[in-house]
Design a protein around this ligand. Structure first.
Ligand code: ATP
Ligand code: MG
Length: 422
């Protein structure tokens, strides 16, 4: 036997069972996005590296150390996408979707980051995201947050996630704040951890996001970004909070919430849970009014969010809110060569007649006991049985697999019978 080839570390397979849980969750996400009037966009999983370094920021963790970057055979520098927004903006510009018009889009798919794999953190993971272009007001920010709140409601998670909310102000307000924050941090330079010392000049706001307890203590005395807000930023944030309250969406203000990517301004938010340990953020988002212009388009306001699907599924499983759904409703069984053929033809006719019902044909013959065991294994609800007698009499024996009850039904009535009993 040759040596087995294994999967890449941090990249998971999704096998039957879990894959049906994912399908159910994705169905809820898609239906919710549709209920808000959003349309789907699909973009490639690989883009030119420059797109991400320009959009996400050269000195972010993602671009500095997490991207899968390689030269292809033509020598072009490419990266597997670490997030969905940059590619979405690129596509919108290239396909003329946001020129003088608003767009409300959703996407889903795999993202790639070379992080240390652990529970809730993988190297290939999946996001479901929404993005809106062309709208400046807090009403659309509230709409995005209410989309996520609606998801939690539909999935039964409302009591298990908490909304953290902040405003990052305008870029001018942030620039003035940055100076004052750096001046403050300089006083404590020697006490800062290595990461914070480095970030203090490259990306000082990220210091606020520190996980270092001592730096956290120091930051309690740091200047506050909100003290630098002008009236517009204040009004935007106040209206957003009012709208959320009006929709009974509770929130916690967190003025150290800065998000890991550089493109955000004004509204930022995260949905966090205590049930997943340190990988507790299941959804993050915010406004990114500068990004379209930064990627070569006309100035275009934008806002969006992304849900981490692995974490969402882990949370639903931890709370016992999802279970794999059976994939078969009816097992079609037979005894003997001719009945086996008839059973196959019958299964196909029924699939056409009842497109919502899932029919599995038992293949390979064998004893009836074995065929019934097969039906049980896949959790079918009914078994259709064809033998010589049934074929001769144009009938089908139907076994209800939960009650064990058997009924003989004329072939012409079988579709109606199944419809009634599934
Ligand atoms: P974190 O702080 O947990 O590293 P992030 O700020 O890097 O998250 P975003 O870029 O905002 O994450 O991505 C949105 C969501 O995608 C996160 O809230 C999380 O649920 C999920 N996510 C991000 N990175 C990973 C990963 N490596 N594995 C699994 N899920 C992830
Ligand atoms: Mg991260």
């Amino acid at each position: 036997m040759s040596a087995k080839i294994t999967a890449i570390r941090g990249m998971n397979d999704l096998v039957p069972g879990p894959s049906s849980v994912w399908a159910q969750v994705e169905q809820t996400l898609i239906a919710t996005a549709a209920s808000f009037g959003f349309s789907e966009i699909r973009t490639p999983v690989i883009e030119k590296t420059g797109l991400f370094s320009r959009a996400i920021g050269e000195v972010t963790d993602v671009v500095e150390k997490e991207m899968y970057t390689f030269k292809d055979r033509d020598g072009d520098l490419l990266s597997l996408r670490p997030e969905g927004t940059a590619g979405c903006v690129r596509a919108c510009l290239e396909d003329g979707l946001i020129h003088n018009q608003e767009q409300r889009l959703w996407y889903r798919g795999p993202m790639f980051r070379h992080e240390r794999p652990q529970k809730g953190r993988y190297r290939q993971f999946h996001q479901f995201g929404i993005e809106v272009f062309g709208l400046t007001g807090p009403d659309i920010d509230a709409e995005i947050i209410s989309f996520s709140a609606m998801l939690w409601k539909k999935l039964g998670l409302t009591d298990h996630v908490r909304l953290e909310l902040n405003s990052l102000g305008s870029s001018e307000e942030r620039a003035r704040y940055r100076d004052s924050l750096v001046a403050f941090l300089e006083k404590y330079r020697s006490e800062l951890d290595e990461d914070s010392q480095r970030r203090m000049y490259t990306n000082p706001l990220r210091v606020l996001d520190t996980k270092d307890a001592h730096v956290g203590e120091i930051l309690k005395e740091a200047p506050r970004l909100s003290d630098f807000f002008g009236s517009e930023t204040r009004a935007h944030f106040d209206t957003l909070k009012e709208l959320l309250t009006g929709m009974s969406i509770g929130y916690t203000l967190n003025d150290r919430l800065v998000r890991g990517l550089d493109y955000y301004n004004l509204t930022v938010f995260e949905w966090v849970t205590e049930a997943l340990g340190s990988q507790g953020t299941v959804c993050g988002g915010g406004r990114y009014d500068g990004l379209v212009e930064q990627l070569g388009g006309q100035p275009t306001p934008a806002v969006g969010c992304a849900v981490g699907l692995e974490r969402l599924v882990l949370l639903l499983e931890a709370l016992d809110l999802v279970k794999p759904a059976p994939s078969v409703d009816v097992m079609v069984c037979s005894m003997g060569d001719q009945p086996a053929r008839e059973a196959q033809y019958l299964a196909n006719r029924l699939r056409m007649e009842l497109p919502e019902t899932r029919f599995m044909l038992h293949c390979g013959g064998g004893k009836m006991k074995k065929q019934m065991a097969h039906a049980d294994k896949v959790n079918a609800r009914l078994a259709l049985i064809l033998g010589d007698d049934e074929v001769a009499g144009h009938q089908v024996t139907v076994k209800n697999l939960s009650s064990g009850e058997q009924t003989t039904v004329p072939e012409s009535e079988i579709a109606a019978f199944i419809k009634q009993h599934i």
